[in-house]
Design a protein around this ligand. Sequence first.
Ligand SMILES: [Fe+2]
Ligand SMILES: [Fe+2]
Length: 272
Amino acid sequence: MGHWTLDSIDWSRFDRARVSPDLLAVAKAAALVEANGRDYATYLANVFADDPDFRQAAARWAEEEVQHGDALARWSRLADPAWDFDAAVARFRAGYSLPLDATASVRGSRAGELIARCIVETGTSSYYSALAEASDEPVFAEICRRIAADEFRHYKLFYEHMRRYLQRERIGAVGRARIGLGRLLEAGDDELACAYFAANAPADARYDRRRWSRAYARRAYAVYRPAHVARGIAMALKAVGLPANGRLHAILWPLASRLIGWRARRLAAAGA
Ligand SMILES: [Fe+2]
Ligand SMILES: [Fe+2]
């Protein structure tokens, strides 16, 4: 339905001289995380076993996420023809996997699961918006713009289903905030560090979570500008049922923006 494909992208505009090694490294890691989309769909289909509407929407959503991975992988191979995507995916899967046999949400409830999904899409939409603006390479910028538009739509999709579930499962403001914050903190977790490692570490390197999560964060945090943080904080607040642009937003976003910038500079100074 008018959705883009890999053929929608004008690959002929690729400009090798404008590829940033740091953005290439995070693009490879993102390709691996996105490639896991179908596993998430399996997990969501188990958790929402008796909700065919949501399962169908989740299956379509997963295909879009997998396509994000395909587009990022194709661009990464254009920039670095020696990169072996399949080997990197295998390495990532060996180190990180989802609870595919779960039949209940790891968030404690279905509404909770959907709050967590909203937080993830908040993160991806702001991240790809920031990557698009940080990139001088036109094809990577175009891919990130298209992906960011999808991620904003994904947020909306999960948000609408979350509202439907919240009518049945009453979760108070504190409970929602706790789930949202919990998912936000997981962003520093194994998944991204492991993807960065699997995508970029030399073949004989050993996985060390602290080292690779710092290497990832140094490059990822560096792309955020205040506007991306402001929008992301507004989306996260809305997902947990708080006013998106109220007083809390006005307090939180400049703090978060400064914290991200400070951390990126510190990690760069430490040579992470
Ligand atoms: Fe995605
Ligand atoms: Fe998404």
